[in-house]
Design a protein around this ligand. Structure first.
Ligand SMILES: *[C@@H]1O[C@H](CO)[C@@H](O)[C@H](O)[C@H]1NC(C)=O
Ligand SMILES: *[C@@H]1O[C@H](CO)[C@@H](O)[C@H](O)[C@H]1NC(C)=O
Length: 605
């Protein structure tokens, strides 16, 4: 069992939010646009033989059982950097030609995130390219130029046209139109009893937390659930699913630190109940044979980038992933790769099973077999890795600990912390390599990852998000102590109530166990209590909605101008402006102060 998770060191955040001005599209763009278009066509060395993705039916047919599907990870097209796309495409063309000649069951799927999330004309505009009409038309042209039908699922950047569209709905309509789609989801019958099915992200402006969470709406889920119910494995149906991010429970461990920290690793990540719906469907519906995702921009050279439904008990606890193989997909353009890899996926299948391959764009499109999956009846499948981990040892990676809880046959790993006889976890020093994790009595799992305190999903131990950053934690001691209701706490809670004595109150608490996660700064003696969130979880939803942040930036800007005018400053940059926005930290029941220590009031530390 591998106890390590591959993360990229110093991963830069996916967002490149720029707080500068956000002018509207100007008329001069039209000219640039057509220039870029012609550039694109020229670079693709081919007249566009755009084949649009038409809604396809799942009616029974006399199709053969063989098929070939190309899968492209996050494209993040930047019109200034088209070379790699032309090269990547040229690697697929012969594969597709061969498939067309042999059986004709050939298609292309894009996993979304089609445009660069930056201005691609920084001189002219600060408008991000991702999610704009120009971006999607360009992507449609590229995806349509492979000579086979394509389908696409929306990623977290595909509705990012904030300057061009007011609402997610308008942005989505344009996206659908550009790709000739009727709905965010798609279903294409690729071979006899074999369906390609995609679900897209439809929420950006309206996201509750980070706009980069990949959210599949209820209408699509209902549609998907109905689809898998009406195409059962017992009748021989095989369904290949495509989403931008993977579902929780997929077991994929080629994750990226910034996604872990920001809470946008999994589909519907921020809502616990919704987040597990996907894996529940996989477990129940054995027609789901494979699930492909992108999102992390990490390569396919690691076995953690593919997970099998069934594994040898000697390799670890039973994963319960239905009949489904999960596979992560890398990227095509060098500038977008987090680990230097430029790869796409290829599926070649027939009635007996399928192969998952890598098309390596750095090796002239060399095809490598990664895994072979053989169908075994309707209930489980047999998967075999075709190669060992390649190149875990290059310097863009460092190996990071991921907890393993074990099962009946396996003990938890060595990092597992046990409570002492007083019911506490002994304080221990944290440095950036500390390996430790534990369960809180409420069932939440917390642990260390590169000096950060992270919350893990309690059942799958998949990382959920950041609780305390390494900046705050490294060099301190951390411990877990009992904090159940006692007379003092009661006195605070019931201070206004006549006749409620502390002791009676503590009696009421019964054997309710409460705990506190505490940090000690050894140099100053200062102790920090890491309070859970109101819903009992610990991970902080620190990256907020992009629309909210943009408005905040605009308010600060306006405040600077206001101050400059009032104070007669030469330059508004000299104005001292802070934003007040929680956290309101008092434990008093009758709080009247709203100052934030260390920001709008003297710090307590
Ligand atoms: C992830 O899936 C597991 C297992 O199905 C579930 O228990 C857990 O609550 C899920 N986590 C989240 C954050 O939804
Ligand atoms: C995911 O979130 C969207 C938007 O909040 C919601 O409509 C949908 O029902 C959620 N998905 C699941 C599986 O619950």
């Amino acid at each position: 069992m591998k106890l390590f998770l591959a993360l990229v060191a110093l991963a830069t955040p996916v967002t490149s939010f720029s707080p500068s001005s956000t002018p509207r599209r100007t008329t001069s763009l039209a000219a640039t646009e057509s220039f870029q278009r012609s550039l694109l066509s020229r670079r693709l060395h081919a007249s566009s033989t755009a084949t649009s993705a038409t809604a396809s039916s799942t009616s029974s047919s006399t199709m053969g059982d063989e098929f070939v599907v190309g899968i492209l990870g996050d494209l993040h097209i930047d019109p200034r950097k088209m070379e790699d796309y032309g090269v990547g495409r040229s690697h697929f063309l012969p594969i597709f030609e061969e498939g067309k000649a042999k059986h004709g069951n050939v298609a292309l799927v894009s996993l979304g995130d089609l445009g660069e999330s930056k201005s691609v004309r920084p001189e002219e505009t600060s408008e991000l390219f991702a999610g704009t009409t120009e971006c999607h038309e360009m992507a449609a042209e590229f995806l349509g130029s492979f000579g086979v039908p394509y389908d696409v699922v929306g990623g977290n950047h595909d509705l990012e046209g904030l300057d061009e569209f007011e609402t997610d709905k308008e942005n989505l309509e344009m996206y659908l139109k550009a790709h000739n789609k009727e709905t965010p989801q798609f279903c294409r019958q690729i071979a006899d009893k074999t369906l390609l099915v995609g679900l897209g992200s439809t929420v950006f402006r309206d996201a509750i937390y980070t706009s980069h969470e990949v959210t599949v709406d209820q209408a699509q889920i209902d549609w998907f659930e109905n689809l898998v119910k009406t195409h059962p494995a017992e009748e021989g149906w095989k369904v290949f699913v495509f989403t931008h991010a993977p579902p929780n429970g997929s077991g994929l461990r080629v994750l990226q630190e910034n996604h872990v920290v920001n809470g946008c690793c999994w589909l519907n990540h921020s809502n616990e109940k919704q987040c597990k719906k996907f894996i529940e469907l996989v477990r129940e519906h054995r027609c789901i044979k494979a699930w492909f995702s992108g999102h992390f921009h990490l390569g396919q050279d690691y076995q953690d980038s593919i997970t099998f439904p069934t594994i040898d008990p000697k390799d670890g606890p039973y994963p319960n992933r239905g009949s489904c193989v999960f596979a992560q997909t890398s990227v095509m353009r060098s500038g977008t790769s987090r680990d230097g890899r430029q790869q796409s996926r290829l599926i070649r299948g027939n009635k007996d099973g399928f192969e998952i391959c890598t098309v390596d764009h750095q090796k002239d499109g060399k095809i490598r077999l990664d895994a072979t999956i053989t169908y075994r009846g309707d209930t489980n499948e047999l998967g075999v890795y075709a190669h060992d981990d390649e190149a875990y040892d290059h310097d863009k990676y460092f190996k990071v600990y991921a907890p393993c809880a074990g099962d009946k046959l396996h003990p938890p790993d060595d990092g597992f912390k046990r409570y002492n006889s007083d019911g506490n976890i002994e304080p221990f020093d944290v440095d950036s390599d500390t390996i430790a994790w534990w369960y809180m009595s409420c069932g939440r799992a917390l642990g260390m990852l590169n000096g950060n305190l992270i919350e893990y999903d309690s059942s799958t131990l998949a990382p959920l998000g950041l609780v305390v950053g390494a900046d705050e934690l490294v060099g301190k001691k951390i411990g877990v102590i009992n904090s159940g209701l006692d007379a003092d706490t009661c006195a605070i809670m019931f201070e206004d109530m006549e006749g409620m004595e502390g002791l009676d109150c503590a009696g009421m608490a019964g054997d309710l166990r409460e705990q506190a996660v505490v940090l000690l700064d050894k140099s100053t003696g200062q102790v920090t209590v890491v309070q859970p969130n109101e819903d009992g979880s610990y991970w902080r939803k620190i990256v907020r909605n992009k629309m909210v942040r943009m408005k905040e930036v605009r308010r600060v800007k306006a405040a600077k101008l206001w101050a400059a005018e009032l104070l007669g400053l030469e330059d508004e940059a000299e104005a001292k402006v802070v934003s007040s926005w929680g956290p309101y930290v008092t434990t008093s029941g009758t709080a009247k102060k709203t100052s934030v220590p260390g920001l709008t009031a003297p710090s307590a530390l």
